[in-house]
Design a protein around this ligand. Structure first.
Ligand code: ADP
Length: 430
């Protein structure tokens, strides 16, 4: 049955009953009494309807707190439909609020900043990344014009020109941001920020590394080319002079080879595809070999001692040989003849510790923090004289990092240096 019929049939029935009751009264008590009874019944009917209207109007004032009354006649249907509408509305609102919460949570986890503005750039909402990048506050700045909040002239120009299809690079405090405005819906715009500080820093490091490496390779190559040109231009050069040139060329070739090997080692150590393979490191064997090599390199020019009083550890023997070897070689290279070098392995409160103490030239305090940077040298000419590549301590740092160890440097200019590799106790063999 159609809803209209459902509504009209009971209403018509009620009217018929009222008229029939009035007719019965009129039949028994006369026409006037019948008419009066009819009017009274109709009045009662109207009062009932008015009462329901009153209840409905009260409910509409507080639909969420008051319960809908049980209806009578057509009101039953009206009330139940209203009740259903309210339930659907509540469910929709709950779903919408859950969705909004999820959306905000997702937005707050985004590393990129997102700020929603209206068509005239008044801030409506922004996520925590946008707050951090642009110094905005979602609570304080809501309803403020974004151009009053971000006062960078480059940003203002970007807004004035309105070429939003192109992103803008902004320097905010010490960070570099890529900013773009994207219009959406008819009257809204999104401001997106992407922090590229770290990527830029890595790019810059890469560029510096390539520039430094090219420079380091060019120097020995220039020397070799120079001697080759002399050999070509003067074929009758005296044997002793030619031998001298050849010796220098071999040294420069060796220098290039050392440099390339160190660069390859560093690249390998940094690669995530090259995980650390650990084994039991026999410290006594390893340091025994290092002592022999140190004595050979020193050729009796230094007094070198070794003291082992600590446990074996888990680690990669080849990598540790390279790191410890670099520290010992440096000690020899930067300690004048007659100096002392003490190599030690001991268990300390912090964990097992490797140290190389020398009585060499020492390092001024301002250089110490930068020594592990690639190609950083206190004295370039001295490093080259001793076949240094400038990459040794960078390799040491990376090897120790891979072993969860740290490098500490104590030094005083003119008095000597101590390089300490401190492991944590998890590397102890169980
Ligand atoms: P290099 O190949 O130039 O020695 P490293 O990375 O091994 O490169 O060392 C970086 C710089 O640290 C060296 O150029 C030198 O100035 C300084 N240095 C390293 N070890 C010592 C040391 N034992 N005594 C004094 N200076 C040192």
């Amino acid at each position: 049955m159609s809803p209209q019929l459902l509504f009209w049939i009971p209403a018509a029935l009620r009217l018929v009953i009222v008229l029939a009751a009035a007719a019965v009264v009129g039949y028994f008590l006369g026409l006037t009494a019948g008419l009066a009874a009819g009017l009274l019944f109709l009045l009662a009917l109207v009062l009932v309807q008015l009462n329901y209207l009153y209840l409905l109007s009260g409910w509409l004032d507080h639909p969420e707190s008051e319960k809908l009354p049980d209806g009578w006649g057509a009101w039953t249907d009206v009330f139940s439909r209203l009740y259903r509408l309210r339930r659907d509305d509540e469910r929709n609102r709950k779903e919408l609020s859950e969705w909004l919460t999820r959306f905000r949570q997702a937005m707050s986890l985004l590393p990129d900043g997102v700020a929603i503005m209206d068509d005239v750039l008044f801030l409506e909402w922004c996520n925590p990344a946008a707050e951090k990048h642009l110094g905005l506050s979602n609570t304080r700045d809501k309803g403020m014009r974004v151009t009053n909040l971000i006062r960078d002239p480059a940003f203002i120009d970007y807004i004035i020109l309105g070429h939003y299809e192109q992103p803008l690079t902004l320097n905010v405090k010490d960070r570099k941001l890529i900013v773009q405005i994207i219009p959406f819906e008819n009257r809204r715009q999104i401001l997106v920020t992407h922090d590229v500080t770290e990527t830029e820093r890595i790019d810059m490091m890469r560029r510096d590394f390539i520039a430094n490496a090219s420079h380091e390779l060019r120097t020995p190559l220039t020397v070799i080319n120079g001697f080759l040109e002399i050999a070509q231009a003067q074929p009758d050069l005296e044997q002793s002079v030619r031998m001298g040139h050849l010796k220098l060329m071999i040294e420069q070739g060796q220098r290039m080879q050392n440099l390339i090997e160190d660069m390859l080692t560093l690249t390998r150590l940094e690669s995530i595809d090259y995980p650390l393979r650990t084994e039991q490191v026999n410290i006594r064997n390893l340091l025994g070999q290092l002592l022999q090599e140190a004595n050979a390199l020193s050729g009796g020019r230094h007094k070198i001692s070794l003291d082992i009083d600590g446990p074996d550890i888990d680690g990669n023997t080849d990598e540790l040989r390279s790191a410890f070897g670099n520290l010992v070689t440096n000690a020899i290279r930067y300690t004048p003849d007659g100096g002392h070098i003490h190599i030690q392995w001991q268990q300390t409160a912090k964990g097992p510790q490797f140290s190389v103490k020398d009585s060499g030239i020492g390092i001024r305090a301002e250089h110490i923090a930068r020594l592990t940077e690639r190609f950083y040298r206190v004295d370039k000419s001295r490093s080259r004289e001793t076949q240094g590549t400038g990459l040794g301590l960078a390799i040491v740092k990376h090897v120790l990092l891979r072993h969860g160890a740290v490098l500490e440097i104590e030094s005083e200019e003119g008095k000597g240096s101590t390089f300490l590799a401190i492991f944590n106790s998890t590397h102890l063999l169980r």
